[in-house]
Design a protein around this ligand. Sequence first.
Ligand code: IMP
Ligand code: MG
Length: 212
Amino acid sequence: MSLRAPVRRPGERKGLDFHRLGFGKSRDTVCMATMTFQGLEVLYSRQQIADRVAEMGAQISRDLNGEKLVMVGVLKGAAFFLVDLSRAIGAEATFDFVAVSSYGKGQRSSGAVKLIKDLDQSIEGKNVLVVEDILDTGLTLAYLRKLFLQQHPKTLRIATLLDKPSRRVEKIEADYVGFSIPNLFVIGYGMDFAERYRNLPDICLMPAENPE
Ligand code: IMP
Ligand code: MG
């Protein structure tokens, strides 16, 4: 398995060519390549994440129109996002969590999604918000959406912190997207590489070379 992130060319030590990677100049895709944390290149800083999560929370609150919400986090990656997002939502919210396996220890999905932990409570008739860290191929969320719809929730929406539309295999979009990114492998703020790096406070790029 290659630990090499697909983002650098020879001689490209620092500073990514974000236009080559598909970044535009929109607010969501500001180049942060000059910032580092513990030697890692920061894609979105903790402050940028906090600002965007606050905006998402306000939007979700408006859409709820005073109704209650069940937030369903996809373990483990979405845990940080769910905790922060829930505090940015001005509505009564309860939590549930599911766990799925699809990625094993590498960077790429095997294609098969398996439910490891189911919902604790029924979501029938409830306003459900599925909270995910990254919408990548869409296999995970397409699987979960089908599973949850069988329980006939009142509404079923999806909030994802990151979206990689270029990697999509399943036809699925999130209702709320934090940042849309090109095909980069990211770590931090809940997101891992082989279970490591989840507790980095910023969203960073997976380094090109693994030091170990
Ligand atoms: P999907 O089923 O391909 O959409 O995969 C979604 C899951 O893959 C996410 O919830 C993440 O756990 C994982 N994943 C996808 N891309 C990344 C990444 O860049 N860093 C860390 N995890 C990722
Ligand atoms: Mg995940």
